[in-house]
Design a binder for this molecule. Structure first.
Ligand code: SF4
Ligand code: SF4
Length: 295
């Protein structure tokens, strides 16, 4: 006669998931994926309910639930702690935090290196538009890896849940719009220098407010002044987002920035549009919390 046993499993609130993929890296069983760049899905066969994904989730949208099920022979189960993401599972892209750190340092050496930051702008967009997924957030984001390293490995994070408003749809899309407006503002300042109606400002603007003198990183250039103006403006954007990410890393979970990162919001929105009508990942309040049904 079959006996009943309790099955623990991870359950994702799909209405709140931002598709960042931190749960993918955290899961030792390879049980989580973000298949269409929209929300995380949990393979209930592989999930053992250990809760590591819930600890890593910056939006705190994973809960571990319990349900009764018919007992099965343990031998039929995959061995626990399969090192999918263990030491042997590290890939080259797990070290992209070095590139992010180098980028920040180069901005102190020669501001023209700021142009390299466009890679972090166009690559996520290209992946989401062409491939229809969030592979950039899920795998290649060096900045997210840096926050993870500082918060987890160096123990700098308090690892608290972020306030609800920071992960709300209204805030995330509001912040994205604000970010785009400020980006447009930066492009306009570059245009003014290009058109000769503005002069080059050798300053980096932090948090869209504080102007930091940055002439030490400008050594004259063979290029036109607008090229340098764009560098100062773009580095301001990159430094500001890094500072915001660092502050939320310290106060909340290490990769809390992922919960409201404008690029993450934008690429998730693109994936939603791209997969609209395909079913499966269309999330409504009614379909939430179904990602890992009990067996
Ligand atoms: S918000 Fe990120 S870490 Fe949390 S469930 Fe969704 S994809 Fe996973
Ligand atoms: S609770 Fe399940 S999905 Fe989450 S880390 Fe553990 S095995 Fe993976």
């Amino acid at each position: 006669m079959a006996t009943k046993q309790i099955k623990r499993f991870a359950s994702v609130d799909e209405t709140q998931c931002v598709g960042c993929g931190n749960c993918i890296k955290a899961c030792p069983r390879g049980a989580v994926s973000v298949p269409q760049g929209i929300v995380a899905k949990v393979d209930s066969e592989q999930c053992v309910g250990c809760g590591l994904c819930a600890k890593a989730c910056p939006a705190s949208v994973i809960t571990i639930k319990e349900a009764e099920r018919g007992a099965e022979p343990a031998a039929n189960k995959m061995p626990r702690n399969t090192p999918v993401n263990g030491k042997n599972g590290h890939k080259w892209y797990d070290y992209l935090w070095i590139a992010s750190l180098t980028y920040l340092i180069l901005g102190f050496v020669n501001i023209l290196f700021a142009w390299l930051g466009l890679i972090c702008f166009f690559v996520p967009l290209a992946i989401s538009i062409v491939k229809g997924n969030k592979a950039y957030c899920n795998k290649y984001c060096g900045r997210g890896q840096l926050f993870d390293l500082l918060g987890n490995r160096f123990g700098l994070s308090r690892k608290r849940d972020i306030p609800r408003f920071l992960k709300s749809t209204a805030f995330r899309y509001g912040f994205l719009i604000f970010f785009l407006v400020m980006f447009g503002n930066m492009l306009f300042a570059t245009y003014l220098v290009f058109a000769g109606s503005g002069s080059l400002r050798q300053a980096v603007t932090l948090l869209w407010t504080f102007k930091l003198p940055w002439q030490f990183a400008y050594h004259g250039t063979l290029f036109a002044p607008w090229v340098a103006q764009f560098s100062f403006g773009f580095y301001s954007v990159m430094l500001t987002s890094t500072v915001l990410g660092l502050v939320t890393m310290l106060l909340f979970k290490p990769r809390s920035w992922c919960a409201y990162c404008p690029m993450g919001t934008m690429t998730q929105g693109i994936c939603r549009l791209k997969h609209r009508g395909e079913g499966g990942q269309t999330v409504t309040e009614d379909s939430a919390d179904l990602s890992c049904p009990p067996e």
